[in-house]
Design a protein around this ligand. Structure first.
Ligand code: RP5
Length: 227
């Protein structure tokens, strides 16, 4: 459910707080998605207008059982709050930060400069430049302070990358992530229109025989025997 600040994000049975700077100033980590624990991923946006995209990250994290929060932290409107958020993050139990911003998008880089936690940047699509401005602002971090950058608007991948980082030390999460990916694969292969692909993967059918056997798909397709 929504926390102070009005916005909300929930998926997979979890919920995420969406407090603005004022709401968050008195405390942090009030609510979380993905199991109801204290948030371990901080999902932040430079504006509430970024939330429709960032909520997708929260939803994926919830599906993977990773507690997360969703907050507004603005590099240019609330710089002092940005510093406080970054400095407090490790002590609050956050282990990865996902930061979405649009335009001259300072937020991910400034957060990364203020904390050693891994920061994943989500370039938010923009009206005039389509998010290319956001992408270049985030991805072109100068040497010394890295920000992992996903594709424009691809908050889902930010969540998956955050989960992969966390899964290095959490076998149960690694299993859930593997299951997520397996479901994704099954969705493609179980689509009747992809029956030929499923044959290849299963090693059945003309093309599949080439893949599963000693030859290549091209070998099987042109009828020549494999070596
Ligand atoms: C950035 O400015 C935000 O990340 C947002 O993408 C962009 C526009 O913000 P609003 O004018 O919609 O608040 O700080």
């Amino acid at each position: 459910m929504a926390a102070a600040g009005g916005g909300s994000a929930s998926a997979g049975g979890g919920s995420a707080s969406a407090g603005g700077p004022r709401a968050a100033a008195g405390g942090v980590g009030r609510s979380a998605a993905g199991g109801g624990g204290s948030p371990i991923v901080g999902v932040v946006g430079g504006s509430r207008s970024d939330f429709p995209i960032l909520e997708r990250a929260v939803a994926v994290l919830a599906e993977l059982g990773v507690p997360a929060e969703l907050r507004v932290v603005s590099a240019h409107r609330t710089p002092d709050w940005l510093f406080r958020y970054a400095e407090a993050a490790p002590g609050r139990g956050l282990r990865v930060i996902i930061a979405g911003a649009g335009g001259a998008a300072h937020l991910p880089g400034m957060l990364a400069a203020k904390t050693q936690l891994p920061v994943i940047g989500v370039p938010i699509p923009t009206q005039h430049l389509g998010g290319l401005d956001s992408l270049l602002s985030i991805v072109q971090m100068p040497r010394g302070i890295p920000v992992a950058t996903v594709a424009i608007g691809n908050a889902e991948n930010a969540a998956l990358l955050a989960a992969a980082i966390l899964a290095l030390g959490e076998p149960a999460l690694a299993e859930r992530l593997a299951a997520y990916r397996a479901r994704q694969t099954a969705t493609v292969l179980e689509d009747p229109s992809n029956a030929d692909v499923a044959d290849v993967v299963a090693g059945t059918g003309a093309a599949g025989a080439g893949v599963a056997g000693t030859g290549s798909v091209a070998d099987a397709a042109d009828g020549r025997p494999s070596e």
